[in-house]
Structure formats: C-alpha cells, structure tokens
Design a protein around this ligand. Structure first.
Ligand SMILES: Nc1ncnc2c1ncn2[C@@H]1O[C@H](COP(=O)(O)OP(=O)(O)O)[C@@H](O)[C@H]1O
Ligand SMILES: [Mg+2]
Length: 351
C-alpha cells in the first residue's frame, strides 16, 4: 500500500480531511496554534469514554485542525469528564444514608401525601427518617404536623445556613427539612443555584452526618425540574407515583426519558412504580391498572387504594398511620414501606 493511501485512511478514520495533511520540513520552525495543556500520558489500554468519542465523531469532515490538536482536545475532554464524575462520586459517597425520591410527571397523584406517610412510618435498622421537601409548594411539612412557619431549604440559600438549624421534628419521630415559604425572587435565585450545582442538596444532606441506617425521603414537584435533577442525582430508589388513568398512560414515555440518564450511570438509581388512589369499585380503573402494569418497563413496588381517610387526616392535623392505621390506604402504605426496605437492603448487599 502507498504511503498516501495510509495517510488518507488515517484522516478518514478521524473524520478529518486529507487536505489538512502537511509534510513536515525539518528546516522550518513550526508553531501550532493550540492552547498548551499539562500533558498527562493516557494508557494505551484505556477505553475511550463515550462522550469523548462523540467529540471526535462531531469533527467536521473537512476540519483543517492539525491531528495533534484533535488528539489533545480529546485528551482534555477526557480529563474534564473524569474530574466531573470524580466530584459527583465523592459527593454521593459522602452521603451515607439511603435516599428514596418520590417523582411523577403529573401533579396531584399523591407524592406529598405519600412522602409524609413514609417519613412518619418508615424505619430502617433503628435509624432516623428524614423527609425533605424539594417542592416549592412547601406542603410536606403539613403532612408531618408542621406549618409554613417551619424554616426550609430555600431559605438556606444564599446564606449557606447550617442545615441542622432547619430540621424540625415531624410525626412518628421523623425529621423534616421543609422547602420553606419562599418569595418569588428567592425561589428563582434558589433554582438558579440548583441548576449550577447538581450536588447542592447532596452536600446539605452530607453536612447532617447521617448514617447508613438513616433514610431520606425526598418529595419533588411534577415533571422535569432542577428539583427532580437534584433528587435523582443522589437517589438510591426513585418511586414513580401515578394514578391508573389515561393521563398516566400517556405520560409513561416522558417518565422513562426523565429517568434514563440516572438509570444508565454506574451506580444506577433503582426505579419502581406505585399506583396510588386505585378505585377498585370502577372497572375502568382496574382495566387501566392492568394496562399500565404490562406497558411500563419498571417494576411495580406497590398499590395504594383510594382511601379518603388519608386526605381527611391532613384536614384534621392528624398522622393517618397513627390515627387510622387499619384503613386500606394505610395498610397499603405499610406494605409499600416493607417493599422499599427490602429493595434498599438488596441494593446494599449488591454494592
Ligand atoms: N390513596 C389516596 N386516597 C385518597 N386520596 C388521596 C390518596 N393519596 C392522596 N390523596 C389525595 O390526593 C390529593 C393530592 O395529593 P398530593 O399528595 O398533594 O399530590 P402531589 O404531591 O402528587 O401533588 C390530596 O387531596 C390527597 O389528600
Ligand atoms: Mg406535592
């Protein structure tokens, strides 16, 4: 094979143009127009991580940048990815407690009600359960016996208040970290901060020195948001709360898309579905439930029947699991708690 063929093949494989090839004349002093980066040798056996490989794939076919520059840019890209993933891994590792995030694409499906119930009744290995409200609606505190006077996370920013000062005791010996009654400018500034710092919540929780026996329950607003991203960044388990109806069916793919990046990372978040407010007196609800079960790719973690005692408890400032523990909805919630504890134990053994 000719030397010119070799060169053409090499350039084609790199997505570059043969026109960029220049013979080096030893008598000339070459000055390449590249930013100088600290050189770090790359192991010959190292796999090229997908995003770095993508950076190469997006090189224009007639890109005239010298080969050495393309290779250096790839190396810089790899270094940035390794640094980012190291920072995130270290951040997650600093938080020893197990984290359960309640998520949904729709509002009104019962996330806050369920987060309150899990907060008050879930106990793992004698540890504490901390209920964290990441929803600007600031309703979780109400489900745990508190009110708007409880301080919250939105008020911790920008002053970096010690999160321990924000803890309040809720039903069943739980701890609650409320969202806090935030003004509109406060909420927007808080969201901006969360968008720029994916591990902000992880660090606040790590500062609480929770142990591996403790459990964190996070309530989130519906759909894609900076709050959902913060919760999924540190979640061991994501509980997708849904109704058995046509709107939930239509939203299944959207939920899959939202969860996909967190299910694909090495320490993948475990995901499951909870069908809430199932009305067994209606054939339509039962049929929708049957269809949802076959259609979703996620395991079913539990079913909570429609139980008006759950809603009424909020009106009367009562903890439903202490006041009416034998109702259908409360019994379903206790079954769900058992499933979640089992899932967290399995996850711990595997890791
Ligand atoms: N299992 C249930 N049975 C009956 N009503 C329920 C049940 N779960 C939640 N609800 C009611 O549904 C409404 C919405 O619940 P909420 O927890 O605020 O939803 P989300 O936080 O998802 O917006 C509330 O009125 C609540 O009392
Ligand atoms: Mg809510």
């Amino acid at each position: 094979m000719h030397r010119s063929d070799d060169i053409a093949n090499l350039f084609n494989r790199l997505g570059a143009s043969v026109g960029a090839y220049q013979e080096i004349e030893p008598q000339y002093d070459y000055n390449e127009d590249v930013a100088v980066v600290a050189h770090r040798p790359v192991s010959a056996s190292a796999n090229v991580p997908a995003p770095a490989a993508e950076a190469l794939a997006t090189t224009e076919p007639n890109d005239s940048r010298p080969l050495s520059r393309l290779l250096r840019e790839l190396e810089q890209q790899r270094e940035r990815e390794a640094q980012d993933s190291h920072t995130l891994d270290a951040g997650r590792a600093a938080l020893k407690a197990k984290v359960i995030a309640l998520v949904s694409t729709q509002g009104g499906v019962g996330k806050s009600t369920l987060a309150g119930a899990l907060g008050s009744a879930l106990k793992r290995m004698g540890g504490t359960t901390l209920a964290v409200d990441l929803s600007p609606q600031n309703a979780l505190c109400l489900h745990l016996g508190g009110g708007e006077q409880w301080p919250g996370l939105a008020q911790a920013y920008p002053h970096d208040r010690d999160p321990r000062q924000l803890l309040r005791e809720g039903y069943g010996g739980s701890q609650c970290l409320a969202f806090g009654a935030a003004s509109e400018p406060q909420r927007l500034a808080f969201e901006q901060q969360l968008a720029e710092d994916p591990l902000w919540l992880g660090r606040q929780l790590a500062a609480l020195d929770l142990s591996e026996h403790d459990t964190v329950i996070i309530d989130t607003p519906p759909g894609a948001s900076v709050y959902l991203a913060q919760a999924l960044e540190i979640a061991d388990v994501a509980v997708v709360v849904t109704h058995a109806d046509a709107a939930a069916y239509a939203a299944l793919d959207q939920m899959d898309r939202l969860l996909a990046p967190y299910r694909q990372r090495p320490d993948a978040v475990q995901c499951g579905v909870v069908v809430n407010q199932l009305d067994t007196s209606r054939q339509f609800s039962l049929d929708m439930f049957a269809v949802l079960k076959t259609r979703t790719s996620l395991p079913l973690l539990g079913v909570i029947h429609q139980d008006h005692f759950l809603g009424e408890s909020l009106a009367y400032d009562r903890n439903p699991l202490a006041h009416t523990p034998s109702t259908r909805g409360c019994q379903d919630t206790l079954d769900l708690i058992e499933s979640l504890c089992h899932l967290l134990t399995l996850g711990t053994q595997e890791s």
